[in-house]
Design a binder for this molecule. Structure first.
Ligand code: 3HC
Length: 284
């Protein structure tokens, strides 16, 4: 059935499902693609639960929740995402995999469609170069938890056109986010500033300066951060933090970005944060 407003999300992980939810709540018909049925089931379950919570808190009506849920179609075959004016890729943070996914995904763009990536640190310019229309490629960096966080960091690659930036800013605004533009550079602005702070907190823990709880309390109460850097690292995923720090360290070439050995150790042990139920803290 034809629908004025439609888009597709590639990947049903933490970020992909959040992006699907915010577009659906703004009336977009969303096709959410993932190769793993379990990821799609879990994503639909999470979205349903969050919408129900919003209804219980009287933030949205039961009708609005039902409509948003109905607008999301989980799909297991890329061919089923149809033709879209906007596709947001939120696949795993592996450069080669992303390139492969983007090459396939671009076949499902409308003639003037825009392909956006939610990458947290892979070069937009590099990913754009792997597509047929690098001028219509852009970074659309959402923040976790996506339904709550206001920011979309709109990252312009070397080849991104002004028109692509303008339309991406308009989409982000339409779904209730605040877009802020920046240029493609390792870590963009957000992770270039955030990750060294998280890394330093891990060094402080490694050096025995204080317990994890004390480090987080100092930053929460003294700096008015909503959560401490170690709890935040657990929320983001320790593997993701390590990957971003490795990008900063390699691409900016400065020692100050070297990942803390304790972070590496946790990742090697499979303590990845909230998603593996253990990181700097334990989770039920
Ligand atoms: N998904 C959806 N909604 C969530 C949520 C989740 N995972 N976690 C909390 N919420 C909602 C709650 O339902 C609640 O909604 P309400 O206001 O409608 O009732 C609201 O958020 C506040 O939640 P709580 O009262 O339970 O808890 P807090 O007030 O402590 O807020 C928080 C939780 C929003 C996560 C807050 O602690 C926070 O803002 N933390 C910092 C998050 C942050 O910095 N994120 C960015 C990470 S970096 C990133 O994503 C980039 C990447 O590239 C690394």
């Amino acid at each position: 059935m034809a629908h004025d407003k439609c888009m597709a999300v590639i990947g049903a992980g933490t970020m992909g499902r959040g992006i699907a939810q915010v577009f659906a709540q703004s009336g977009y018909k969303v096709r959410m693609f993932d190769t793993m049925p379990a990821a799609l089931d879990s994503a639909m379950g999470t979205i349903k639960k969050l919408l129900e919570k919003a209804v219980a808190k009287e933030k949205i009506t039961a009708d609005a929740a039902r409509q948003a849920l109905e607008l999301i179609t989980p799909v297991r075959k890329l061919a089923e995402i149809g033709t879209n004016p906007l596709i947001v890729e939120a696949a795993t943070e592996k450069p080669d995999l992303k390139v492969e996914v983007l090459k396939e995904t671009q076949k499902h763009l409308a003639a003037d469609g825009i392909l956006a990536t939610n990458t947290s640190s892979i070069s937009i310019t590099r990913l754009a170069a792997a597509t047929d229309h690098p001028d219509r490629f852009i970074g659309m960096h959402f923040f976790n938890p996506v339904p709550v966080m206001k920011l979309v960091e709109v990252v312009r690659g070397l080849q991104t056109s002004d028109e692509t930036v303008r339309r991406t800013v308009a989409w982000a605004t339409e779904v209730g986010k605040t877009p802020v533009e920046c240029n493609d550079h390792p870590g963009f602005v957000s992770n270039r500033v955030l990750m060294p702070m998280i890394n330093e907190a891990i060094f402080a823990l490694q050096d025995g300066v204080a317990t994890a709880e004390a480090i987080d309390n100092i930053m929460k109460l003294g700096m008015n951060h909503p959560m401490g850097p170690l709890a935040l690292a657990d929320l983001i995923g320790l593997d993701v933090c390590l990957f971003i720090l490795e990008v900063l360290h390699r691409d900016l070439g400065e020692d100050r970005y070297r990942p803390c050995p304790l972070l590496r150790k946790y990742v090697l042990a499979g303590r990845l944060g909230c998603k593996s139920k253990q990181g700097f803290y334990k989770y039920e």
